[in-house]
Write a protein of this length. Structure first.
Length: 147
């Protein structure tokens, strides 16, 4: 028998959005979980058709509830219980965040080694053989202005 309503923290844990139920409840308490763009408590009852938004900076993920469950399930069963309806602009924001952090070193890793420094320099400031490598299809010389 399928339940008509389930606590939101139980459902998020059951569909594997959070590793533990207590982490899901903490996310609700901290205002990171919303329904219809209003913050919810962990005890909020969830119904089929609700859209749950979860803030994981810099993105707000959205999931549509397709079915309810209080029991944790295998990853293969999750698509039957929820649908990811996150907007494309939020996913684009996630990609931008990934690219912006690609050149940042983790705190506490110490100074880069000689090889890491060369790799960083090549990545951040590429070295070019000469300006002649760029062919724009026209000449930049000042000879044409004399005529």
């Amino acid at each position: 028998m399928e339940a008509k309503e389930v606590r939101i923290d139980k459902w998020m844990w059951a569909v594997r959005l959070f590793k533990t139920r207590s982490i899901a409840a903490d996310a609700c308490k901290k205002g990171r979980v919303m329904i219809q763009w209003s913050n919810v408590k962990p005890s909020r009852m969830l119904k089929v058709g609700d859209v749950v938004q979860i803030k994981r900076p810099p993105v707000v993920y959205s999931f549509k509830v397709l079915a309810l469950s209080e029991n944790r399930m295998g990853a293969k069963l999750v698509p039957g219980f929820m649908e990811n309806v996150t907007s494309p602009d939020q996913l684009e924001l996630l990609e931008l965040a990934r690219f912006s952090n690609s050149g940042v070193r983790d705190r506490g890793t110490g100074r880069p080694t000689k090889k890491e420094r060369r790799d960083l320099d090549a990545y951040v400031v590429p070295s070019y053989a000469s300006d002649d490598d760029f062919d724009f299809g026209f000449d930049f010389s000042d000879d044409d202005e004399d005529e």
